[in-house]
Design a protein around this ligand. Structure first.
Ligand SMILES: Nc1ncnc2c1ncn2[C@@H]1O[C@H](COP(=O)(O)OP(=O)(O)O)[C@@H](O)[C@H]1O
Ligand SMILES: [Mg+2]
Length: 319
């Protein structure tokens, strides 16, 4: 059995809602009881419409937000409630990549400086050892040595991204959370970025949590996927199985919206209309029921738990 690298148990992150006088009037339930796990070396996809809580989940796992409840286990250890100093040590192993990692480079620093800096702060490597490490990582992201001597503005957008990734990799993380890493890229550039992620995964033995609203990208990259709706996972399983036979009506509707390639069959077809409900005011029972064509009285009364169906997990009374 491949060991679990990351596991969240009933992870919750709410944001306070305040009125004009600053008084707390409620909670925005951005992440509302999420249990998922990533095995060492895999790419786990997290999909769902904008606003469903993907980024909040990623940032809570990262420690950028403190959990409101639940647990985060990393390498078998609970890290969600660690004090700041201990948490920072874990942070080396767990990195978060924003949409455009190149954007965070300091414009006044040459590439060589940007890449040495994390090693200076976090390791005791000698100058020569750091040089060797930086060079190896630069090659791994597909850049020539000559780029070490350039400033960010002298690089193309794609090259900046590569340097941004290289900077993260200098710390040799075990897991990288990629948050919408291909959004805003041309399709041709997208393909080369995905290829780079794959080769880096192999070279550095990385585990990815791959967050995207783009189902075709997730399908190409991930061994397993989790589908999120309004702060909850509604379905998860092997990517191939979920795409072939989606069981939750929400997953079915998401997939129905993806252009068909090779005559894929979807059991139920309906277009997802309207917006998801406000996470400050979540529907009772099943939170998808207000947009679900299968909804019955039961769905308003009882929240369906995630249960095992055909090798995956599904939260629907009728799946
Ligand atoms: N820092 C924050 N403060 C208050 N509300 C937030 C904050 N970050 C996100 N939210 C809200 O939480 C919900 C989930 O947002 P987000 O995690 O960004 O979703 P996604 O990444 O899936 O688009 C949204 O309703 C969003 O407005
Ligand atoms: Mg997001």
């Amino acid at each position: 059995m491949i060991p679990l690298l990351l596991e969240t148990v009933d992870l919750v992150r709410h944001f306070p809602v305040r009125n004009a006088f600053g008084r707390r009037t409620g909670s925005l339930r951005a992440v509302d009881g999420v249990s998922l796990s990533a095995r060492a070396g895999e790419t786990l996809g997290l999909v769902g419409e904008s606003g469903c809580g993907k980024t909040t989940l990623g940032k809570t796992v990262m420690g950028i937000y403190r959990p409101t409840g639940g647990e985060i286990r990393f390498l078998g250890r609970e890290i969600g409630a660690l004090p700041a100093v201990a948490r920072r040590k874990v942070a080396r192993d767990l990195q978060y990549v924003y949409q455009d990692p190149g954007a965070s480079l300091d414009p006044r620093w040459k590439v060589v400086h940007s890449l040495h800096e994390p090693l200076k702060i976090h390791t005791n490597l000698s100058r020569a050892e750091r040089d060797a490490e930086v060079q190896a990582i630069l090659h791994a992201v597909g850049l020539p040595d000559a780029h070490l001597d350039l400033y960010p503005h002298e690089l193309s957008g794609g090259q900046q991204r590569r340097v941004g990734l290289a900077r993260i990799l200098t710390l040799r993380p075990r897991m990288v959370i990629l948050d919408e890493p291909t959004s805003g890229l041309d399709v041709s550039v997208q393909a080369s970025v995905l290829k780079l992620f794959r080769s880096l995964q192999e070279t550095f033995e990385l585990t990815y949590l791959f967050i995207s609203h783009d189902l075709s990208v997730v399908r190409a990259m991930c061994q397993r996927i989790a589908v999120m709706y309004l702060g909850k996972i509604v379905e998860s399983g092997d990517t191939h199985a979920v795409f072939k036979h989606p069981r939750h009506p929400y997953t079915q509707s998401l997939l129905a919206a993806v252009p068909r390639i090779g005559g894929r069959r979807v059991t139920l077809e309906f277009a997802l209309t309207g917006e998801p409900p406000n996470p400050r005011d979540v529907p009772s029972g099943c939170r998808f029921r207000t947009r679900c064509p299968l909804a019955q009285d039961l769905c308003a009364d009882e929240e369906p738990p995630l249960r095992a169906v055909g090798g995956g997990l599904v939260a629907c009374h009728f799946a």
